[in-house]
Design a protein around this ligand. Sequence first.
Ligand code: SAH
Length: 365
Amino acid sequence: MFDTPVRAGGKPAKHWFDLEPAARIAAVSALGLPAYRARQVSNHVFGRYEYQPDQWSDLPLAARESLANLFPPLLTAAQELSADRGMTVKTAWRIAGDAVVESVLMRYPNRTTVCISSQAGCGMACPFCATGQGGLQRSLSTAEIVAQVADAAAKLAQGAVAGGPGQVNNVVFMGMGEPLANYAPVMAAVRELIRPKPDGFGISARGVTISTVGLVPRIAALAAEELPLTLAVSLHAPDDELRDELIPVNQRWKVGELLDAAWDYARVTKRRVSIEYALIRDINDQQARADLLARELKRRGDWTWAHVNLIPLNPTPGSKWTASRKRDQQTFIDRLERAGIPVTLRDTRGRNIDAACGQLAALQR
Ligand code: SAH
């Protein structure tokens, strides 16, 4: 799907995926078609993952031709790589304006996760992250975000991914970009992903994770949406001195403010927040930092509002940093566990195809 060339220019044309259900009816009417066509179209799109009007044989040819105006090409597959015996698939997509974004599909024994991009490049400039090195090219539209999931859903439904026919269970905004820096399009995309079929993809809100460097006012806005989405905070250091260096936006919003905002999010949504922590050898993996992290999490309430995800650093080209020694990693885990903090060591799916956390980067670079 989405395999025709994009038009020139930096912005994608409006697409069905950009429209709320009422706006779809209006758009169909504006084409001179009866309103019930909107329902038919959505049945094809969200019910059967058919995104090309020429596939909809129950609609008259003339209607399909005019509806094609609402289905402009969004994503053109530039490269597809697979790993883990086909259970991990990374796709590099060319988008309008000649930028490239990537998404990664990961199949596990009992669920399938799609990791998607919210921006081409990223403006947050974290020195250990591949995407952070090239700056921001542009933010994605709602439709460009949704289309990454739509493509994965179609491939899974058709049995085109190793492991047999399946569906998308989880969507994580952990690809390229800072989702909370592209707030309105990201939220419109989220609403479409979780809206029940046939007006949306019917993915569980609990299965959607928004990962952020810590734009504190936007975390508050997210809490106010009152959706049970999962929030992931890319903390990586429990102290401002180190975090100022690892996550430059920390110079604006400090660790304390960020954890307060995350705690509020957990309190309001009753969802446990994921604290992401990439272990970097001799930089943030000391026992004292594990203890400080535990203290910072615990002093905000003794119930387990946070879950720590430790990620072995995926070294990016030219970086002076590398993953922690095994014994330091184990000590870090032990210290957190001893303090009663739930902790998981994340696997490094797709590392050999540069599809692991923090490795997603535009192809041209
Ligand atoms: N901008 C958002 C989402 C994109 S990154 C955010 O920062 O949360 C998804 C996760 O990968 C983040 O937790 C990020 O800190 C982490 N990450 C980035 N570079 C990494 C690397 N080289 N190794 C391991 N994790 C990395």
